[in-house]
Write a protein that binds this ligand. Sequence first.
Ligand SMILES: [Fe+2]
Ligand SMILES: [Fe+2]
Length: 270
Amino acid sequence: MRILFLGDTVGRSGREAAAARLPELRRALRIDLAIVNAENASHGFGCAPEMAEALFAAGADVITLGNHAWDRKELIGYIGGAPRLLRPLNFPPGTPGQGSAVVTLTDGRRALVLNAMGRLFMDPLDCPFRATQELLTRHRLGGTVHAIVSDFHAEATSEKMAYAHVFDGQLSLVVGTHTHVPTADHQVLPGGTAFQSDAGMCGDYDSVIGMSKDGAATRFWRKMPGDRLHPAEGEATVCGLFVETDDSTGHARRVEPVRVGGRLSQVMPL
Ligand SMILES: [Fe+2]
Ligand SMILES: [Fe+2]
């Protein structure tokens, strides 16, 4: 299975670049399953229903979220009717929406996508390891599904790496989101799980993690509140990962970074 994952879309620049690039990326990389994290699509904070719909229309099969899941309150009433829009699965029991989805491709192959959220330097939350382990009692690579992808939304690289090693061999891909900076540690772990600590964002990199640099810098350098944060609106770099898996085992054969447009060095898998 050929899988494309795009990191946090930030603001108009990020969400429009992701939507504009998705059809050509799907074609060029012959993508079977495309996943986009949209937790910052709405001015950096949350995702409005029409923004999710625009990304689905552009070719996203699944959309994931994170700590900003409910910043756009309209999503709370919308998510229950959108089974491929995921919030972290370790939110408390009773939270609206779902943390995982099984996608059946046009050719009949099935993929499980899940969104989990880390706890180190993040809000207190149920255990993402235990929540993932519980979900995996109902789905098995090479059994009920051909591929399993986890968007692990977390601040700490150590927690992301630990998570990937715990589930090495049980997942096709563990990709980190939330830090908005692509890391250079993409690899297939010994058990067969593809991993990268962070996918990076779809956003303008002439910024502080996607937000306007002047306002964000004032907070750090003057210890003054500064203006309300707003997203940088220059050309976005669309950042993510391409993964190819073996349908019989569900394990990854290759994992390669994708970076197109904007300021970062350009990378497209051959
Ligand atoms: Fe984010
Ligand atoms: Fe986040």
